[in-house]
Structures are given as C-alpha cells and as structure tokens.
Design a protein around this ligand. Structure first.
Ligand code: NAP
Ligand code: ZN
Ligand code: ZN
Length: 352
C-alpha cells in the first residue's frame, strides 16, 4: 500500500479538499497509472452531495472521478496489455465478476457484481474505491483502455464516461443515416451525443434551455436547435423523431419529448436527476413509443468508442482547470455553465 494525493469530500455539504488516500501496490494483473487528466462528470457532483441516497448512498470521504487518462508507471508481472510509458484510460468500472452471463457477453456494465471506480466496496484494500481526482490509480489490466495516439489528452478524459454513455445507446437504438435524432441538454454528455449522432450520419436536433448555446450546438454538429421552453418550436417537431437522448441532470418534463417521437420511437434517459420523473401513459401509448435508460457501456464497447474517436478525430470540448478550482466548477455545472466539460489538469495536485 502507498499514499496518493487526492481531493476528497468529507460530507454531503463539504467542499472537496486536498487529502491523502491509500492505493494498493500493483498485483500481478494490475496497471498503475499516473493520472494526467480527469474529467468532471455531473455524476461526481450527484455522488459527492449524496443526491442518489436511495440508489447509491455516498460513503465518506468520497474521492470522485471516472474519466481518467494518464500514463502507465508500473505493471504487474502478468500484465500483457500495457507497458510502462503507455497511454492508458479508466472509466466508470474497475472490476466485475467476469463469470456472469453479462460479463461473458462483454456487457460488464450490467454485471450484478461490478466494482465502480469510486464509492464501491474495494475488494483489495477494504473500504471503498477512490476515483480519479488523484495523482495515481491502480486497476486490473482488463479494465484499462488503450488511448489513440492522435487525440488531445485533456479532451480524451471525458470520453471515458460522457463519451461511452452517449455512444452506447446510439448504437443500441440504431442511430445512423436517415434517422432523426434529438439530444436534450447541451452539457458534458449532450455535446458528446451531438458529435456521435452527427458522425454516424443522423439528422441531429439539439434541445436546450440555454439560447446562448445555439451557435455552439451547430458547430458541434447539430442540424437544428430548439429552445425547449418555446412551445411553438417544440410543436413543429411533433411525432417526428426516431430517437431522443435525454442527458439532463435536473428535474424536467419528459412528456414534452415523448410527444416528439414518431411510431415506435424511443426516448433514452442517460441523465439521472435526483427526483422521479412523471410520465403520462398516453404519451407512451400513442405511437407505441418506448422509454428506456442506459448505463455507460462495456469495456469492449468503450475501446470501440475510443477507436472510433481516434478515426474521426473526436474529443470532448474541454475547459481545463486546476484541481483547486473544482468547487467553483461544481457551482458552474449547476448553472449549466460549462463548455462543455471540465477536465482537471492533475499536474495541479503536485503543489498540494
Ligand atoms: N446513464 C449513465 O450511465 C450516466 C453517465 C454519466 C452521467 N450521467 C448523468 O447524466 C446527467 C448529465 O450529466 P452531465 O455530466 O452531462 O451534466 P452537465 O454537463 O451538467 O449537463 C447537463 C445539461 O442539462 C441541461 N439542464 C440542466 N438543468 C436543467 C433543467 N433544470 N432543465 C432542463 N435542462 C437542464 C443543461 O443543458 P442546456 O443548457 O442545453 O439546457 C446542462 O448543461 C447527470 O444526471 C449525470 O449524473 C449518467
Ligand atoms: Zn460520469
Ligand atoms: Zn459479471
């Protein structure tokens, strides 16, 4: 065991601050990564503030961060996939049971015994897992991803959650040429959804509550932008969408979007607001619409997504911040004031 610098929160109401956490020495199968950048997901904020207290109560101290990219600093004796000096990335999972049908099918995100990157029982050290707001992390090689060499690393980090979480449902629901696709909420997830839907050849419509994001939405790949509180603009799109991805982090009316789906259209929630959302039965009955959710993606699909990003030169649009600005960044997330993902430059932790 060794000590690593990190930023952690001591309670649901405290700020994140400098701390020291234990990390295991790499075992035979482990890769130790010196973290260069870690993206700031709205899930980090939900978890730190215990907003998911029913589904995933927070254990403190909490070190969030599951959009991790860095360089390999040490490998265990049986590691074959990485060597010291390689670029490496870690997303929302660091382990699973590897034996259940979901794992066998390469869908570890559905494994009943997976280990999430933070706030999950740590099989090695006891206690809970600590995430990427830290100088290093030690992860089994099977849960470490390869990073295409042509991409900007600060913009790669968010692919590990915001990227895979939007890529996976788009593949599942057949987003591609000839499909009309909506993306609700132009934040970290939403802006990746726009990039992927555009790259896959769909007609992309962004729904935003922030009129000032219109120009950016078009630049990111949207064909049309709808200001979602404008009923006239919404009405023009009634019964027309094949697929809508909802990436909103707060309470909002999903019936307004269900109404925009054509026959057999699907609305997938990736956003995970604190409170339950109301659904009008008729909005599903009419047009035989469906409402789904989707969690991150499996390890193989995450690698596929990273390779896709390498081939299409896709990264997240990031605002790079030092770790010392993390509390301010959370306040800005709550005001939808991020363009379009904060990425922490982990070199800033050295001065702590
Ligand atoms: N399913 C999964 O596996 C998974 C993975 C990662 C994250 N998540 C969840 O996905 C959600 C989004 O995460 P994120 O990191 O993308 O968050 P984010 O960067 O804060 O973006 C959320 C966006 O939602 C819109 N929004 C915010 N408040 C709103 C309101 N009151 N009404 C309508 N729209 C509002 C804003 O876009 P506009 O300004 O364009 O309106 C905002 O930029 C979070 O709940 C997060 O926990 C889920
Ligand atoms: Zn996330
Ligand atoms: Zn499993």
């Amino acid at each position: 065991m060794y000590n690593a610098k990190a930023y952690s929160a001591g309670s649901a109401t405290s700020h994140l601050e400098s701390a020291t956490i234990p990390r295991r020495e790499p075992t035979e199968q482990d890769v130790q990564i010196g973290i260069l950048f870690c993206g700031v997901c709205h899930s980090d904020l939900h978890q730190v503030r215990n907003e998911w207290s029913d589904a995933m109560p927070t254990v403190y101290p909490c070190v969030p961060g599951h959009e991790i990219v860095g360089r390999v600093t040490e490998v265990g004796s049986e590691v074959t996939k990485f060597k010291v000096g390689d670029l490496a990335a870690v997303g929302c999972m660091v382990d699973s049971d590897r034996t259940c049908p979901e794992c066998q099918a390469g869908q570890e995100q559905f494994c009943p015994n997976f280990t999430l990157t933070y706030n999950f029982p740590d099989k090695h050290l006891g206690g809970i897992t600590y995430g990427g707001y830290s100088e290093s992390i030690v992860v089994d090689q099977n849960f470490v991803l390869h990073v295409p060499s042509n991409l900007d690393l600060a913009g790669v980090a968010p692919l590990l959650c915001a990227g895979i979480t939007t890529y996976s449902p788009m593949h599942h629901w057949g987003v591609g040429k000839g499909k009309k696709v909506g993306v609700v909420g132009l934040g970290g997830l939403g802006h990746m959804g726009v990039k992927f839907a555009h790259a896959l050849g769909a007609h992309v419509v962004v729904f935003t509550t922030s009129p000032s994001k219109t120009g950016d939405a078009i630049r990111l790949g949207a064909d049309e932008v709808v200001i979602s509180n404008n009923a006239n603009q919404m009405e023009k799109h009634a019964n027309s969408f094949d697929f809508i991805l909802d990436a909103v982090a707060a309470d909002h009316d999903i019936n307004a979007y269900l109404n925009l789906l054509r026959r057999d259209g699907n609305l997938t929630l990736v956003g995970a607001p604190e409170k339950p959302l109301a659904v009008s039965a008729f909005n599903l009955i009419m047009n035989r619409r469906s409402l789904s959710g989707s969690p991150i993606g499996g390890i193989a699909e995450t690698q596929e997504m990273l390779n896709f990003c390498g081939e299409h030169s896709i990264t997240s649009d990031v605002e790079v911040i030092p770790i010392q600005k993390i509390n301010e960044a959370y306040e800005r997330l709550l005001r939808s004031d991020v363009k379009y993902r904060f990425s922490i430059d982990m070199a800033s932790l050295k001065s702590e």
